[in-house]
Design a protein around this ligand. Sequence first.
Ligand SMILES: N[C@@H](CCC(=O)N[C@@H](CS)C(=O)NCC(=O)O)C(=O)O
Length: 283
Amino acid sequence: MRTSSVTQGIVDFMNTTRGFMDITQWLERYACSATESPQDDYTYLPIPSTKMTKDIRPRIYIYIYIRHSTKLYANGHKVSIFLEELKAAYGLQYDVEKIDISKNVQKEPWFIKLNPNGRIPTLVDRSRNNFNVFETAAILLYLEQHYDKEGRFAFDKDKDPDNWSEMLQWIFFAHGGVGPMQGQANHFNRAAPEDIPYAKKRYIDETKRLYGVLEIRLTDRDFLAGPGRGKYSLADINVLPWVRIHTFAGIESLDEWPHVKAWLETAQKRPAFEAGINVPPRT
Ligand SMILES: N[C@@H](CCC(=O)N[C@@H](CS)C(=O)NCC(=O)O)C(=O)O
């Protein structure tokens, strides 16, 4: 049963006009119906030959969200911006699977196997035996380790340990601070079923405080990590998508933090940044 099901899946895969079927359909039809060794379910993804991988199938698969507006969610954009940078720098190809988080697709068993946290984005790397990665900062570091071969967006851990450490410090600062705090500010300003002024103020004030920390760092430099005025790196990519959507959290403008504002404007001029925030494309 398992073999014939998978074989039929590969036939379907070969027959589709785009070269591959919608992955959710594929999983529903073949992988999720499997009854044997649950941890193997997603290895049923049709793994094509090297030639097909090169010609048809992208190597990196990113599960991201679809909602009414794809413009306002920072976590997926951290990853899509970096993927676009890697595409521009090295020609890395990737594909996007849109997950409707309003329908809780991210809580379904097949997705929990990819990401126990049940959240997007989640990455599956077909070229590395369908290795999957969750948590945005970990995804960025994974992509950098495997696909930024010239170290254009990071620092050499062995030869340049101090700048590597500083980059990590700013990544952790954002992953544990800006993301969660601004996320709560978003929630209490936009989504909470009741108006709780204390919570709104608490999370907006904390987000502003964290922007103040970024402002201190950026006062005499262009980017968060790196020698001199710094280098555009994962440290920046990891937090800029949050700063970009500050109004959503109830922060009307960045005028209070002029260096943060200039930093965001500089990044927004990068074609890969612009391309990344348009992922997934509106349909
Ligand atoms: N710490 C996680 C946060 C991911 C996250 O909160 N994703 C949100 C969308 S921006 C999500 O999937 N929400 C749906 C849910 O919580 O079920 C990361 O950095 O990857």
